[in-house]
Design a protein around this ligand. Structure first.
Ligand SMILES: *Cc1c(COP(=O)(O)O)cnc(C)c1O
Length: 831
């Protein structure tokens, strides 16, 4: 095999950077990327075997092993580059240069995706739009987005983000925006930029060749850099700036009404444009972020030639953007994947990938409506969809709508999967009235429909009912946190993740499934039945059980679970059990180095080692211990002492065994604070769920859970009255209370009673009044504007964190998380 000469000329239709997302081998080019915790080059062989024939590899990653793999590639094209991400950008840039269409590009700290989605909704009546899928705004997301452009499009809308200096210049070349929007700048800490100014300077480079630039001058730091820099590097650019406060070309003002906002815009300098200049608008949102996003959209439409009447008419069609792909528990053992996102091909591909990644249920079902406004001719579109569907090995495909039904020929059953079924319905009603909903069981079901098909009715029919209180789990946050710790430990150290106690309350099978997808090395649970539940839900990773009991040894072995052995008594019991059955098993030895909870002590070693030497059917897979105070710097000497006792004892054991089991000691705090304790493997727990042992890690972690409930009733109560049991809620003023649908039985601790606890309603903190009841709690909403029954209440999220809640009642975040009762339904989402 000889390397191809550069530049890369690919004939592929798909740019692939994640081997797990392979769908059309013959039509894909794979970019192998060597990252900190992941090396795409490891998958070259596998992809070749599956039929991929175009590869881009990185010079530095070509170990002799990889070179050997490549040398067996026949009839494949391989390009060798310095950096595969840059190479992918280069390929996308050449593609972009084939087209002359106008391109709107959006950057900023918040609102990028919403502005992009809204512009696509608003402009769809006059343009054939191609846009970034979801929040594809990264170094890889941007080239993937631009790669979608084809002859049928006459407008591109792409969002762009940067996380480090010197990333924007390349992305600018990939996107080549003609119209730029800078939404805003937040205050969020970013480890790679020294300050906001540096970040804005980087972002503004996206617009160095734009013909038009729109921004809000109330962000004074942006305003200054536009004045100083953008005008200098791009003097021809037409700059449209607006502000509510800033003295600038366009003055904005607004008044919030009950569920809409009246926005007025006024040009400060009279110019020929005054004629068509928009004046007042009604927008169907009331929060500041939406108002800001809407003004950016209004000004873009105005710039593109829409008049006030057109703009107003389009604004009325705006819908909140849900980019979330949600996974919920359905009835009859189903999992529902609810994707209310715009139904386009790119979104469908992403959702199908997510479906494919769910191993909890072997049966996969897709319920799909017609796809609207894709800009692709009908026959071609359904041919492509049928192709996508065929590759995913579904067991059942359900098409709903006139258009998809009249293209059913493309979806013949045999072409979907040999044993698959294919069904079509004219509309959602016909599906709901059929016997189909009852037949669905033990499946992962992807429900994906354009808005007008009302697929929420299907979700409502198939979902397990909630009582208004749900715990939302952000799968992207889990991935972020996992990667943060993986970067810390490097590639040499393995990762065991603790999913005991229902994965710290987050939902064990779903979290485990995600961890499995990301290739962690080991999982650990406290009890055997937790491990069994994982196995029954498609988890095949090795699982350590920390506290198995003789009663469940049979299950333990039947499900290939690996016991922790922490005492001589247990060792004997387990060993006799497997001897009697002529079996052998891996075990994990727990050493007590100072925690004094479970584990062998120094004095036990002679007996332990004797026993192990005469029982070779027990294979010591790992030796481990647990740190008692890794998060408390006052005990650092103690922790270091634990590390040295552990090393000492592990050495003794290895010597006696004649082989060297791997060693692990560090929990989350240990990983962060004691690099010397990372050894062969670490055991990540609370850090995965977003709580760090030290401040400097906390900013890089994301909170995983949002606990939400609803207001059941609102009451106006005189100051002379009291609220709740025992008349404990005394009032200091006439008070408006909301009764919310969560109590101590759901995990809202009774210690939050009488003003200790707070919840968030419409962004306002509301104190608990009186005692928390079993299923309900009363809170003070006197100061919340526009509060209504049925409204959402946040118990904890990334603003009102479990860390803060724990402090209020003098406990630790672990307890807040794991207390959320199983009666509260979990909803998993990713963006
Ligand atoms: C729970 C647990 C961990 C994880 O601890 P965190 O503090 O949540 O990181 C690690 N090891 C053992 C033995 C545990 O029981």
């Amino acid at each position: 095999m000889d390397f191809q000469t550069l530049p890369i000329h690919t004939t592929a239709q798909y740019l692939l950077n994640d081997s797990r997302q392979l769908s059309s081998p013959q039509r894909s080019i794979f970019f192998a990327i060597k990252g900190l915790h992941h090396d795409g080059h490891q998958f070259l062989e596998d992809l070749y075997r599956k039929g991929v024939r175009e590869f881009v590899v990185e010079e530095n990653a070509l170990s002799s092993k990889i070179q050997k793999v490549l040398s067996h590639f026949q009839d494949a094209k391989v390009w060798k580059v310095e950096n595969s991400i840059l190479a992918m950008q280069e390929v996308a840039k050449s593609h972009r240069e084939l087209f002359t269409l106008p391109v709107i590009s959006v950057t900023g700290s918040n609102g990028k995706t919403i502005v992009k989605e809204w512009l696509a909704q608003l402009l769809s009546n006059r343009f054939k739009v191609v846009k970034s899928p979801k929040s594809y705004n990264s170094q890889i997301g941007v080239p993937l987005s631009v790669w979608q452009i084809n002859e049928s499009h006459n407008l591109g809308i792409f969002e762009v983000g940067v996380s480090k200096p010197n990333e924007m210049e390349n992305l600018e070349r990939v996107v080549q925006p003609t119209i730029g929007i800078f939404t805003n700048i937040g205050t969020a800490h970013n480890e790679f930029f020294k300050d906001n100014t540096q970040k804005i300077r980087e972002k503004i480079k996206l617009f160095k060749n734009a013909k038009t630039f729109i921004y809000c001058a109330d962000y004074t730091e942006i305003d200054e850099i536009v004045e100083e820099e953008l005008r200098a590097i791009n003097p021809e650019c037409k700059i449209i700036s607006w502000g509510r406060v800033a003295e600038t070309a366009i003055r904005a003002d607004w008044e919030v009404e009950i569920d809409n906002t009246k926005v007025s815009l006024a040009l400060q300098n009279v110019s020929p444009e005054t004629e068509r200049f928009p004046t007042t608008f009604d927008i169907p949102f009331t929060d500041e972020a939406s108002i800001e996003n809407a003004i950016h959209c209004i000004l873009t439409l105005w710039h593109l030639g829409y008049n006030s009447t057109d703009i107003q008419a389009r604004l009325q069609t705006l819908r909140p953007v849900s980019m979330r792909l949600e996974m919920k528990q359905g009835i009859n053992g189903n999992y529902l994947i609810d994707d209310t996102y715009n139904n386009d091909l790119a979104g469908l591909t992403i959702a199908l990938n997510f479906l494919g990644q769910q191993k909890q249920r072997p049966q996969k079902v897709l319920i799909l409506s017609d796809l609207l406004e894709t800009g692709i001719p009908e026959k071609e579109l359904y041919k492509q969809i049928a192709h996508l569907v065929r590759e995913r090995q579904l067991s059942l495909f359900i098409g709903i709508g006139d258009v998809i039904s009249r293209n059913k020929a493309y979806f013949s059953a045999s072409s979907v999967k040999p044993s698959a079924e294919v069904k079509f319905f004219k509309n959602t009603q016909e599906f709901l009235e059929s016997s189909m909903p009852k037949q669905l069981h033990n499946s992962s079901i992807l429900i994906k429909g354009a808005r007008k098909y009302g697929f929420e009715q299907i979700v409502n029919r198939l979902v397990q009912k909630t009582h208004g209180t749900i715990l939302e789990i952000n799968l992207d946050a889990i991935t972020n946190n996992l990667n943060y710790y993986r970067d810390k430990i490097g590639q040499q150290v393995k990762m065991m993740v603790m999913v005991k106690a229902f994965a710290y309350g987050a939902g064990s099978t779903e979290v485990a499934n995600l961890l499995q997808f990301h290739g962690v090395d080991y999982l650990a649970v406290a009890y055997t039945d937790e491990g069994v539940a994982l196995r029954q839900n498609g988890v095949y990773l090795p699982i350590m059980v920390m506290n198995p009991s003789p009663n469940d040894f049979e299950q333990l072995l039947a499900y290939s679970l690996e016991p922790e052995i922490y005492s001589l008594r247990m060792l004997k019991e387990f060993s006799e059990y497997i001897d009697n059955r002529n079996l052998s098993s891996k075990i994990h030895l727990k050493i007590d180095t100072g925690m004094h909870r479970l584990g062998f002590e120094q004095d036990d070693l002679p007996t332990l080692l004797d026993y192990l030497q005469s029982n070779p059917n027990l294979w010591v897979s790992t030796i481990f211990s647990h740190l008692a105070a890794a998060d408390e710097s006052v005990y650092d000497d103690f922790t270091l002492h634990q590390v040295s006792i552990f090393t000492e004892m592990a050495n003794q054991i290895s010597e006696a065994l004649g082989y060297v089991p791997s060693r692990h000691l560090a929990n989350s705090a240990g990983i962060a604070r004691f690099p010397e304790a990372r050894l062969d493997m670490v055991r990540l727990g609370i850090g995965l769920y977003g709580v760090a042992a030290q401040e400097e890690d906390q900013v890089n972690l994301q909170m995983v859970g949002t606990l939400k409930t609803v207001i059941s009733q609102i009451k106006h109560i005189k100051s002379s009255d009291t609220v709740g049991y025992g008349r404990k809620g005394a009032l200091s003023r006439d008070t408006k209370t909301a009764t919310i649908a969560i109590g101590y039985a759901d995990g809202f601790d009774r210690r939050f009673s009488r003003g200790v606890g707070e919840v968030l309603i419409n962004g306002t903190r509301c104190k608990v009044v009186g005692n928390v009841c079993m299923d309900m709690t009363m809170v003070d909403v006197t100061d919340v504007p526009h509060v209504q029954e049925g409204e959402e209440v946040i118990v904890f999220n990334k603003e009102l964190t479990i860390i803060e809640l724990a402090k209020k009642i003098n406990t630790i975040p672990y307890e807040i998380l794991t207390s959320v009762s199983e009666r509260v339904k979990r909803v998993f989402y990713q963006l």
